[in-house]
Design a protein around this ligand. Structure first.
Ligand SMILES: [Zn+2]
Length: 229
C-alpha cells in the first residue's frame, strides 16, 4: 500500500466514507522499544478530507500528535504494530468536494437543457400544446387585469381554471416524457453561484442544502461503475 493511495471506503449504497473511524482506539506495539515490549494506544480524534486525501488527527497515549497523518500512514502503522482494536469508533462519511458539486451542477444544467429542447420540439409538433399555451396565456392576462382592477372575485374565479390548464399541460408533458420538475428547477437561479454550485471558490449554500441529493447522485454513479448494467 505504500505510495499508492488507499481509496475511500464505499458502503453498499455507494456512499463514500473514511477508511478509519472517528473515536477508534488501537492498542499497538511500540516498535521504538524493541528490547522490552511496550504498548501504546492510538486514538482517532478527528477525520479530515483535503485534496482527495484522508487525514487523521490522532492521540498517542492521550497526547495529540503534532501533525495529522494520512490514511496510508495509519494503515502502515496498524499493519505492523496493531495488537488489538480497543474501540471500533464510528465511520464518518466523506464531505462533498467542490469538484463533485461543480460536476453535479453541470450535469443538471445539461439535463435541463435537454428537457427544454424536448419541450420545444413537442410544442412545435403538437397543436394541442399550442392551444393549451394560448389558453393559459389568455387566462394569465385576464388574471393580471383582475388584480390590477382590484377585482378579487374575478381573480378567484379565474384561478382554478388557470390551475386546471396548467395541470393538463403538466400531465401531457409527463406523458411525452418531459421532466416537469427539471424544467421548473431550471427557472430557479441561485443569486450567488448562478447554478454552478460554487461561489467564491467555496461550495455554495444552495449546494449544501442539496448535499444528500448530490451525494446520492454520485453514490448511484459509483454503484453503476462497480456493477455494469
Ligand atoms: Zn448557489
Amino acid at each position: 500500500m505504500q505510495g499508492q493511495k488507499i481509496s475511500p471506503y464505499i458502503d453498499e449504497h455507494g456512499r463514500q466514507y473514511f477508511n478509519f473511524c472517528l473515536g477508534a482506539q488501537y492498542l499497538c506495539e511500540d516498535m521504538a522499544n524493541s528490547d522490552q515490549l511496550k504498548y501504546i494506544v492510538y486514538k482517532i480524534i478527528q477525520c479530515e478530507y483535503r485534496n482527495g486525501t484522508e487525514y487523521y488527527h490522532v492521540t498517542r497515549d492521550g497526547k495529540i500528535l503534532p501533525n495529522a497523518i494520512t490514511a496510508n500512514r495509519l494503515h502502515y502503522i496498524l499493519n505492523f504494530t496493531l495488537v488489538d482494536v480497543l474501540e471500533p469508533g464510528e465511520r464518518q462519511e466523506l464531505p462533498l468536494t467542490i469538484e463533485e458539486v461543480a460536476e453535479y451542477y453541470k450535469q443538471k444544467a445539461m439535463e435541463q437543457e435537454k428537457q427544454k429542447e424536448n419541450l420545444r420540439k413537442a410544442v412545435k409538433e403538437d397543436s394541442e400544446y399550442q392551444e393549451l399555451a394560448k389558453t393559459k396565456k389568455k387566462l394569465m392576462i385576464k388574471m393580471a387585469f383582475a388584480e390590477v382592477k382590484g377585482d378579487y372575485e374575478e381573480f378567484a374565479l379565474l384561478q382554478p381554471h388557470y390551475q386546471s390548464i396548467e395541470d393538463i399541460i403538466n400531465r401531457k408533458m409527463r406523458r411525452d416524457n418531459i421532466d416537469v420538475v427539471a424544467l421548473d428547477n431550471s427557472k430557479k437561479v441561485c443569486p450567488y453561484c448562478g447554478n454552478t454550485g460554487v461561489y467564491r471558490g467555496q461550495i455554495c449554500k444552495c449546494a449544501k442544502q442539496n448535499e444528500e441529493i448530490i451525494k446520492d447522485y454520485f453514490a448511484v454513479k459509483r454503484l453503476r461503475q462497480v456493477k455494469p448494467n
